[in-house]
Design a protein. Structure first.
Lengths: 387, 293
């Protein structure tokens, strides 16, 4: 009972943050982007692109990695965490789109991307994939909603047979999952391709023609880490236990992916003869070492230790390292090590923070509502699949 | 140790990653290759006296809000209301000037960057902007190696703004308004190839007066606007750039999209089929065992 009472205090704080974010957005649409941000001609992209787009899309990678693992590779063990993973991915992408609606100069023309195609632009690809994939995620998650509606006792809702749309989605589930993997592969890597356009502006420690591959690999690695992170949190808040075997299993894959990522990164720097920069390019090398030690080397070591993988707390903390390391990397490539135009400095305006924080609060509120009212954890589909 | 450049490395890394498929570099940006007869402007900074008439003419012909007479000590930066300006520098008691505006790249980063194709390189030379397509993502501003496109930050319905080479005047057979306004012959409008030849002649004819470099001949794959100067142009804030277009790596990566799409889809379908079959077979096996046992 205590847990149930304590959370609404959290929800009211979240609601307040949402309202503040909304107020800033309204102010922005009256007075222009300059009024709520420290963005300028020399720094056209800032916190929203680095945090909401670059970090947001990567951190939502748990959706396609888990859906792929369970439905394509048939790793049934992870079935219980697929639904939360898809829900958070869907919310993550919704958040990305909402943030872009604030960041774009004229968001009411966002549909232009559907009719004016520039197939040479990586941002075109990111935009199209993000929109399509958000729809795919909504469909992938929709069976949970139909199950919830099917159980509900609301007057009109209970008369409709929610089994019908449920079955339709179930029959196209595998194509949906494959589409999700394809779309994710494309846009996770294209976020890296976007940076290929800035060979002089992006610091040589990060600029590399294999950026698309590095982006994809780091997204695949952070996917399971995000699932560990958020399912651990949700089990703490809602009180149900998740098998340590599942968490440990997710943790076990991460060192392999991060190891490949690290090798490629070092190999590229050596091949172009720029490996020395990791010692000489002060102060940028500190940023580089920061993201590599926190997000790559430490997690590889820790997740390789069986004792760590057997401890809920250790797995949780190490997954946080992976997440922080990835965010560190995305901030480096899209903000700190990207000197867009010389002579400009940038630190986000408090209202930029208010928008980003408001959107995260939004997502957390929806997660809370979903866990309260929808069958996220115990669901009936396993029985149906076997039948 | 063997030293590779980035392009060589890419070729090597393709084998290891198997994710990027290569087209030849020429193919990679062939879609926007320049017309041989495109227009250009030759800027001879040794003839510029800093009168700012180009600046005033540009403001006038594009109906941009007028501002006060610019001061060389504090020259206006390019912004949404300033499409051309002068970079200034004091050496001794002499002022040096270099006109700044969009360079109208031969392989423009902004054109490749724009997701909705609002920026286009025309066959005549200008890189033009269509506000009817733009939605304000500002990728062009980040991608431009010369730092040219600017944004209407204070406007609730903002557009991107930059020099358009007076494309409408060019279509009427006129020179850009800044070139027409220049009283001292520092700006010369003409065919880019001819201007390039002339630039080299001028340098050869007065090698003491000029730095032996035509800025814009090769920078980022070449630009429609060319500069010859009496001082190293990087001192005036012009970036030092490779001769390779900045769009090359992006175009190569984007060329890999269709094969990656099909490849990943086919691989995933294959893996799904494989594991499904494996599970089915093991099911049959256990059923048989149960039946026989």
């Amino acid at each position: 009972m205590q847990k149930k009472r304590s959370f609404p205090i959290g929800t009211s704080i979240l609601s307040a943050l949402v309202v503040l974010g909304l107020a800033v957005m309204i102010y922005r649409f009256i007075n222009g982007l300059g009024a709520i941000s420290n963005l300028s001609d020399g720094r056209p992209w800032g916190l929203w692109i680095s945090f909401d787009l670059y970090c947001g899309v990567a951190l939502a990678a748990g959706g396609f990695t888990l859906a792929g693992a369970v439905y394509i590779f048939r790793l049934e063990k992870y079935h219980t965490v697929v639904r939360p993973a898809i829900l958070t991915a869907f919310l993550g992408y919704t958040l990305v789109i909402l943030a872009l609606l604030v960041d774009l100069g004229q968001p009411w023309y966002i549909w232009h991307i559907m009719i004016n195609w520039n197939v040479h632009s990586p941002l075109f690809e990111v935009g199209m994939c993000v929109m399509t994939y958000t729809l795919v995620l909504a469909l992938e998650f929709s069976p949970v909603v139909f199950e919830g509606l099917n159980r509900s006792n609301l007057p009109v809702v209970k008369r409709i047979n929610w089994r019908v749309p449920w079955r339709i989605i179930r029959t196209i589930q595998i194509p949906l999952v494959i589409a999700g993997v394809v779309l994710s592969t494309l846009h996770q890597s294209s976020l890296g391709s976007m940076l290929l356009m800035m060979p002089t502006a992006l610091h040589a420690l990060w600029y590399s023609p294999i950026l698309p591959v590095l982006f994809l690999l780091s997204a695949i690695a952070v996917g399971p880490a995000m699932v560990i992170f958020e399912s651990t949190l949700s089990t703490r808040i809602f009180g149900h236990k998740l098998d340590i075997d599942i968490l440990g299993g997710l943790a076990k894959v991460i060192p392999y992916i991060l190891g490949l990522y690290l090798l490629l990164k070092l190999f590229e720097l050596m091949a172009v003869g720029e490996i020395g920069l990791i010692f000489t390019a002060y102060p940028y090398n500190l940023l580089w070492w920061g993201e590599i030690i926190i997000g790559v080397i430490l997690p590889i070591i820790l997740f390789s230790l069986p004792d760590v993988r057997r401890s809920r707390n250790a797995v949780f903390v190490t997954s946080i390292l992976v997440i922080i390391g990835l965010m560190f990397n995305r901030f480096n490539v899209s903000m700190l090590a990207l000197g867009m135009r010389p002579g400009y400095i940038y630190f986000p305006h408090w209202m930029e923070f208010a928008v980003s924080i408001g959107l995260v609060a939004d997502a957390l509120l929806v997660v809370w509502l979903a866990y309260r009212f929808l069958p996220i954890i115990q669901h009936e589909e396993t029985a149906e699949v076997k039948a | 140790m063997m030293k590779l450049n980035r392009r060589d490395f890419l070729k090597v890394s393709v084998g290891t990653t198997g994710l990027l498929l290569l087209g030849s570099p020429k193919q990679a940006y062939a879609h926007d290759s320049p017309s041989q007869s495109s227009w250009g402007v030759l800027v001879d900074t040794t003839k510029c006296v800093g009168c700012w008439w180009c600046y005033a003419a540009c403001k006038h012909s594009h109906h941009l809000p007028e501002t006060i007479q610019p001061d060389p000590e504090n020259p206006p930066e390019l912004n949404s209301d300033v499409w051309t300006t002068l970079a200034t520098r004091q050496e001794g008691n002499q002022w040096l000037y270099a006109k700044r505006q969009c360079m109208h790249c031969v392989y423009p980063a902004c054109v490749t960057a724009c997701p909705v194709g609002a920026l286009q390189k025309t066959a005549e030379g200008p890189v033009i902007y269509d506000a009817n397509k733009c939605f304000g993502c500002r990728y062009c501003m980040v991608a431009c190696p010369f730092g040219v496109p600017d944004f209407e930050w204070e406007d609730p319905t903002p557009w991107v703004r930059k020099c358009d080479f007076c494309a409408d005047r060019l279509a009427e057979g006129l020179a850009p308004s800044c070139v027409d306004a220049c009283p001292n012959g520092a700006l010369k409008f003409g065919n880019r190839d001819e201007l390039l030849a002339e630039a080299k002649e001028r340098i050869a004819g007065a090698s003491k007066k000029y730095v032996d470099h035509v800025y814009g001949e090769k920078e980022a794959g070449g630009t429609s606007w060319l500069y010859i100067t009496g001082f190293p142009i990087d001192k005036m804030g012009f970036p030092s750039l490779d001769s390779e277009p900045v769009t090359v790596n992006t175009q190569r990566a984007m060329g890999a999209v269709p094969p990656v799409l099909l490849g990943v889809a086919a691989t995933m379908a294959g893996i799904y089929w494989f594991y499904k079959r494996r599970d089915k077979m093991s099911q049959i096996k256990t059923n048989k065992k149960e039946a026989s046992g």
